[in-house]
Design a protein around this ligand. Structure first.
Ligand SMILES: Cc1cc2nc3c(=O)[nH]c(=O)nc-3n(C[C@H](O)[C@H](O)[C@H](O)COP(=O)(O)O)c2cc1C
Length: 198
């Protein structure tokens, strides 16, 4: 079987984002296990805030097609998302809301057909004591309801994330690294089984 192709996403792409660092650590763990990982910067999709009038006037923006295409090519997704006031970030929700508006086209299935059944490994990182756990559970719910992705049961919320990484971007604490690896391993097991099943 060819190498698993994973997509890495972060719900924040600001300079120095702790969530991007965490998903990059997860991506390295996946590469060490033989996966190929592509990182997509959700900001690069340049998706405006969802607005039904805008959609009516101009259709779904091209950025949503790019998201559809990279998701379509991926066997699974690694995602780390920050918590803003107990909720997932607008960058994350807005990207997937636009994707959900993409109908089937001549050369591609609908946005929601691409996400349906896609294995997902979930993370969050916060400088706070809970590591974004409250929003992590809401992210799980959001992406597994109509978006219909398939999160593995394992997940990891990195607390005190500002002090967690060394200069090379690796997690300093072996237990935290093991938690990351358990999510990655579970995701890869599910993704490999689904890929093998065709
Ligand atoms: C609008 C806003 C709301 C926030 N609310 C929370 C919160 O509810 N819980 C929390 O742990 N951190 C909260 N934070 C702090 C973020 O976890 C912190 O800024 C984190 O570094 C953002 O992720 P990033 O580093 O990947 O950009 C909030 C930050 C912002 C900007």
């Amino acid at each position: 079987m060819s190498a698993l192709r994973l997509l890495a996403l972060s719900g924040s792409e600001r300079a120095g984002s702790l969530n991007r660092r965490l998903v990059e650590a997860a991506a390295r763990a996946a590469v060490a296990r033989g996966a190929q990982v592509e990182h997509l910067d959700l900001r690069s999709l340049a998706l405006p805030l969802y607005d039904g009038d805008l959609e009516k006037a101009a259709g779904v923006p091209e950025g949503a097609r790019r998201l559809r295409d990279v998701l379509r090519a991926a066997d699974g997704v690694l995602l780390s998302a920050p918590e803003y006031n107990g909720f997932p970030t607008p960058l994350l929700i807005n990207s997937f809301d636009w994707l959900s508006r993409l109908p089937a086209e001549a050369d591609a299935p609908a946005g929601l057909a691409v996400t349906a059944g896609k294995p997902l490994g979930l993370f969050s990182a916060s400088p706070g004591p809970l590591g974004g756990l409250r929003s992590l559970n809401l992210t799980r719910q959001y992406l597994s309801m109509t978006i219909a992705m398939m999160p593995v049961p394992q997940q990891f919320a990195l607390s005190r994330a500002g002090e967690a990484f060394d200069e090379a971007g690796a997690l300093k604490d072996a237990k935290q690294q093991a938690s990351v690896e358990s999510v990655v391993a579970a995701l890869m097991r599910v993704a490999a089984a689904l890929k093998a099943a065709g």
